[in-house]
Design a protein around this ligand. Sequence first.
Ligand code: HEM
Length: 495
Amino acid sequence: MWLLTVFLGLLTVILATWLPGYIRRWRMPPGPFPWPIIGNIAILGGKTYLTFIDLAKKYGDVFSVKLGMVDVVVLNSLDAVKEAFVKKSAEFGGRPKTLTNEILTEGGKDIAFTDDSPTLKLQRKLFVSALRTYASGKSLQAITHESLKDIIADFTDMEGEPVDLEDYMYKVVYNIICAASFGVRYKMDDSDFQHLLQMSKDGLEILSGGLLADIFPSLAFLPTPAKSACHKMAANFMEYFKRQVDQHQRTFDPDNLRDITDHMIKAQKDAEEEGIQDVNSLTDTHLRQTISDVFGGGTNTTIHTLRWAVLFLAAHPEIQEKVAAELDSVVGRDRLPELSDREATPYTEATIHEVMRKGSVTPTSLPRATSVDTTLRGYHIPKGTWIIPNLWALHHDPAIWGDPHTFRPERFLDEDGRLISKPSALMPFSVGRRACPGEAVARADMFLLMAGLVQNFRFSIPEGEGPPDLTADKDAGGGFVCVPVPTKVVITCRK
Ligand code: HEM
């Protein structure tokens, strides 16, 4: 008898938790059957963006999955992404509230992982303006050139050896981001730099995995090892950022804006003077968190895009030669490439587009969330549903690109070799209300770095080794970041 009571009790609990969700999902986009409690959690792991493409073949380009207790809608085509993120940008402009986000953002005080609100809107507006004024000066180029000179010296010493360049890419990009944010530069063996490097690599793994409580919110109270690792990582990063931001606030001089932090302090002070509503809701924690977004948003993305660039060029020597020849004719060898060279170097720009398309470092972007009950393609999408755009699918859609798996910069050039307008299906920085505010900075840096490296070196695959694996590493990035498989290349100085 007691067995029957337990069984009926369990059945009631399962039905009570599962049935309302099941009914709610009736009007939502179709998708695979969600098992009670775990939902479709089994689809995670591996290359999620490929799993999504398979699911889209069965359920259509807008489909639903359930991850634990969370409803997720996946957008698997250009039309679907545009309809949600451009046409209905406000409705699809939120971010999921998860335990990981709460911990990393000190309770929702950054830009990237925080849900939409008037405070966030203002914080993002000030950040975009600070970044724009900073990037329009000469500092970004000067800083990038400094870091580039360092790496050119390192690479010259390694000539002829097969080397994995990952740590050097971390160094060059971190030095740019640290200098742009705080005016700090590091040597490779600096203990502060090594600490930052390790934190960043750990951070990528922790972030890619997320916490179980993100999809089972009722487990948030559990003291799991992953949760303490996340707390520890957040505390380490914030201690570092607090030190830098405090020092900037003490020494701030409006007539001598040194870096992005100064520009952000100035933007905040200007807003105060203009009496802009909501500015009082922006605290020092918001400032520190905004600067932490420059790191979170700008480092791993740029590092891995640069790694993809070197790998694709090493695997396609004929394309590398064309980029080098264009740079020789426009820039020559006596100075480093400058931002003003971009217009005259369409092949190099097209190659960067192609690296971003084929590499797709952020294959599923950052998840959005709906801020109200809304609809898409006639389906009901309740408030708080997570929305995942499959950018990798857009970047590899044969109907758009014809030969998506071929690395071919020419697809971005017209018959006279001029750069065509950027196709709307190329969206490494996503689109709409929450699209990446760092796009202009990232593109400028990618140009200076890739062009500077190709001007000075030839990268090749070590002799005797077969063609490199040009698909993303299945063991890194948790299926949500496309990281190249560690590959050695040989560096030869271009005399
Ligand atoms: C190759 C380099 C980069 C790539 C591929 C990239 C890509 C992305 C993507 C896909 C998003 C999500 C947008 C969305 O939800 O619609 C994003 C957001 C963001 N990125 Fe980037 N990013 C890069 C560089 C940068 C840089 C250099 C910065 C800062 C200087 C930056 C700061 C941010 C911030 C703050 C957000 C959050 C925006 C928001 O939630 O409103 N990113 N990025």
